[in-house]
Design a protein around this ligand. Structure first.
Ligand code: HEM
Length: 411
C-alpha cells in the first residue's frame, strides 16, 4: 500500500482504543508531561551517580574519592528503583493518548522492548553486587560489576529513546514492517534514533548529578561525621561537573534542533530559545558562584527541576508538531466521561500520594540528617498514623466500589 499523510492519518485513527478515554485528553497530557519530569530527573541522577561512583572507584586511594564512590553507589541504587517506579506513570499516560504511536513503535522493535526488561534486571542485579562489594578497601576487580550495571542502564536509556523516537515517524512504519515488501516479524531491529536527542539526555545527566552533589553537600551540613573538608570538596566538584554538563547540553540541544524535520522549524520555536537561554544563564550563574565552595543550597537542584520541566514541555510540543501532517490531535480522542474513576484517581493521587508519599519523604529526609538512631517527632508520628489510616480507607473504597459495580451488573 502506498503511504501518504492521508491514509497514515486514517491508520492512526483506527489504531486508537475504540473504547475511548475516561476524561478530557488534556488531563492525560498534562499528567504525562509532569510525571515524566520526575522520571527523567531520576534517570539523570542514576546515570550520573553510577558514572561518578565508577570514576571515584578508580581514585579510591584518596579517602574523599573513596567515600564519594561509596556514597554515589548507594545513590545510584536508590535512583534506579525510583526511575522505574516513576517511569510507570508517564508510560500509562502515553499509552492512553498516544497509543497508536507507542504500540506500533514497541511492536516494530518488540525484541528490544522485551529485552529492555531483561537488560534492566541484569543491570540492576549487577549494580547491587557492585554496591555490596564497594566498601573501604574493596578489591579492584569488582568494578566489572559496576561497568556492566552502568552499560545496561545506558542501553536501556537508548532503547527508551528509540521507542519514543520511532513513535514519531509513522510514515516509515510500513517500510520497517515489510522492508522491500518482505514482512519482518522478528522485531529485532532498532529502526531509528537521533544522536543529538539521545546525547542531550546523557549530557543532562552530567548537569543533574552536578547539582545533586551540591544539594548533597547542603543536606549533610548538619551532620558532624560529614566534615567541612569533604562537603566543600563535593560542593566544588558539583559546580564543575554541572558547568560541563550545561555546556554539553547546549551543544547537544542545538544538534537536536538541527536534526528536526524542516516543517518543525526547530529554531523558530520559542521554547527552543527559552531552553537555550535557561541553560546558558544557569551555567553563568554556577560559574559566578564556583569559587564559593563553602556556600551550599538546594537552589541549583530546584533550577535543574525547572529545566527538566521545560525540556518535558518542549518534547511534547515537538511531538504535537510531528503529528500535525497526519491530522493526529489528541484533543479529538473519543471521550467516555467516567467521573467516578477520575475522581477516585485524583483522590488517590492527593490523599494516598500526599500522605503516604509525604510521610516517606519527611521521614527519610529527617532520618538521613540524623546521626545515630532517628526518633520521629510528634508531627512525623502523626503523619505516619494518617498515612496508615488513608491506606485503610483506600483499600476499603477499592473493594466497596468493585463489589458495588459487580452487584449492579450481576443483579
Ligand atoms: C535504566 C532505565 C531507564 C533509562 C536510562 C531511561 C531513560 C529514558 C530517556 C532518556 C527517555 C527520553 C527518550 C527520548 O525522549 O528520546 C525516557 C523516556 C521514557 N521512559 Fe525511561 N528510562 C529507563 C527506564 C524506564 C522504565 C522502567 C519506564 C517505565 C516503567 C520508563 C518509562 C519512560 C517513558 C514513559 C518515557 C516517555 C515515552 C514517551 O514520551 O513516549 N523508562 N526514558
Amino acid at each position: 500500500m502506498e503511504l501518504n499523510p492521508h491514509n497514515i492519518a486514517a491508520t492512526l485513527q483506527v489504531l486508537r482504543d475504540p473504547a475511548g478515554i475516561p476524561s478530557h485528553p488534556a488531563v492525560f497530557q498534562v499528567l504525562m508531561v509532569l510525571t515524566w519530569v520526575f522520571h527523567i530527573l531520576f534517570v539523570n541522577i542514576a546515570l550520573g551517580s553510577a558514572t561518578l561512583s565508577l570514576y571515584g572507584f578508580t581514585r579510591r586511594q584518596e579517602p574523599q574519592w573513596e567515600r564519594l564512590s561509596i556514597g554515589m553507589t548507594k545513590a545510584a541504587k536508590v535512583s534506579v528503583s525510583m526511575l522505574i517506579v516513576l517511569g510507570v506513570a508517564p508510560l500509562l499516560f502515553t499509552q492512553v493518548i498516544y497509543d497508536p504511536q507507542w504500540y506500533a513503535s514497541n511492536i516494530l522493535s518488540a525484541s528490544w522492548a522485551i529485552g529492555f526488561i531483561f537488560t534492566l534486571i541484569l543491570g540492576y542485579s549487577s549494580w547491587f553486587i557492585f554496591y555490596f562489594k564497594n566498601h573501604q578497601g574493596a578489591k579492584p576487580a569488582i568494578i566489572v560489576w559496576g561497568i556492566v550495571g552502568l552499560a545496561m542502564f545506558v542501553l536501556d536509556g537508548f532503547i527508551m529513546h528509540a521507542l519514543s523516537y520511532q513513535a514519531l515517524l509513522p510514515e516509515q512504519w510500513m517500510e520497517w514492517y515489510a522492508p522491500d515488501g518482505q514482512v519482518d516479524m522478528s522485531g529485532s531491529t532498532i529502526h531509528a534514533w537521533q544522536a543529538g536527542r539521545f546525547l542531550f539526555f546523557m549530557a543532562m545527566s552530567i548537569t543533574v548529578i552536578g547539582v545533586f552533589l551540591k544539594a548533597y553537600a547542603h543536606y549533610y551540613k548538619v551532620r558532624e561525621d560529614y566534615a567541612a573538608d569533604y562537603r566543600n570538596f563535593v560542593n566544588l566538584l558539583g559546580s564543575k561537573i554541572a558547568i560541563v554538563g550545561l555546556v554539553l547540553q547546549l551543544v547537544t540541544f542545538v544538534w537536536w534542533l538541527l536534526s528536526l524535520p524542516e516543517h518543525l522549524h526547530g529554531f523558530a520555536n520559542p521554547m527552543s530559545w527559552i531552553i537555550m537561554v535557561f541553560l546558558a544563564a544557569f551555567a553563568l550563574l554556577l560559574i559566578k558562584q564556583a569559587d564559593q565552595h563553602h556556600q551550599t543550597s538546594y537552589k541549583p537542584l530546584f533550577y535543574a527541576a525547572i529545566m527538566a520541566l521545560l525540556v518535558a514541555i518542549f518534547r511534547e510540543l515537538i511531538r504535537i508538531q510531528y503529528m500535525l501532517p497526519y491530522g493526529y490531535d489528541i484533543l479529538d480522542y473519543k471521550v467516555m466521561e467516567d467521573l467516578p474513576s477520575t475522581a477516585l484517581f485524583f483522590l488517590t493521587f492527593v490523599g494516598v500520594g500526599g500522605l503516604v508519599g509525604g510521610f516517606f519523604l519527611t521521614a527519610i529526609y529527617k532520618a538521613g540528617r540524623t546521626q545515630g538512631v532517628y526518633q520521629a517527632s510528634k508531627p512525623v508520628a502523626k503523619l505516619a498514623d494518617s498515612a496508615v489510616g488513608v491506606m485503610i480507607v483506600w483499600i476499603a473504597i477499592f473493594f466497596l466500589v468493585g463489589i458495588w459495580v459487580w452487584l449492579k451488573n450481576a443483579l
